[in-house]
Design a protein around this ligand. Sequence first.
Ligand code: PMP
Length: 359
Amino acid sequence: MPLEVLERAASDMTNWHDADGKPSGMGVMEMSHRGKAFGSIVQHAEAGLRSLLAVPEAFHILFMQGGGLGQNAIVPMNLCGPDSGKPAVDFVLTGSWSQKSWLEAAKYSQSHIAASTQESGFHHIPEPASWQLSPGARYVHICSNETIHGVEFHTLPDLRALGSDAPLVVDFSSHVASRPVDWSRVGLAFAGAQKNLGPAGLTLVVVRDDLLGAALDICPSAFNFKNIADNASLFNTPPTYGIYIAGLVFDWLERQGGIAAIEARNRGKAALLYQAIDASDLYSNPVEPACRSRMNIPFFLREPALESAFLQGAEQAGLLQLKGHKSVGGLRASIYNAMPLEGVQALVAFMRSFERTRA
Ligand code: PMP
């Protein structure tokens, strides 16, 4: 989280002030979601995201609950109806998160693997021209940044150029708002907020108009995208505090110079860390350079036995949460938007000094 956002939230904690500085007499957590004050907060967050990511008018911005994993069920329940019967849905498996989406969707669809890099260890993005797309698929799902394996789509696939008119569904949970999005290639994108947008508990869905209204009967009303769109994210009580914080985060991103400036900063941070890894004899990153994530950088020590000493030393230097995901081991630096360049510089300096002491 950007410190400025946390400080602003702290100063508003017991008495929220509107844009003109007028106090409301209560904190955001105490407001009715149907009141005027919260109405302005949700509108501000939506407008902030629309402007930041240049979301076209043809898309609805929905603030929901359920997290990224919830969307693995909510998306097929919304796109695989209205008739029962399981339509085909295509998945491109590039790591753990797209794999989880594929498994969950099998409850509601015939989920088909159009391409997978599992056999080679999830270290690259398969060339879109090689994808085996199903004719008439309801949608094609990708995870545009694999948080665990550190693999990122740097360009979204153009399904039309591949001869498909299926909408592209994108799980952009772990790099949302870190770079621009080419909405002309997207039908729906979803993200848990907890990486780049705000606190856990808020889920963002950006969905194109024409995809609404195709939910299965079993889809819970509170997770039906049409209900949420028709009620401007107030069909039921949304995660109000998360929406408020996300609005502050969007303001902060604009103050940083907007999405182009954020992307440039993220490129610089990632390049610094990858260069340090590639130049060393101790550290390595297995991902093909063209698909390396700018947000989640897994790396491994030549001698895995040194990992605990690395983590201990890092913690003493104030560098926290560097342990790799348990499913792949090793180390991982998640350098989300709010991580300043200085944080990456400090990590690189520590890595160099650790390597010198082990030479
Ligand atoms: N998708 C991606 C890309 C993720 O990184 C995560 C969480 N790390 C999820 C989905 C699952 O999100 P949640 O924990 O909000 O259900």
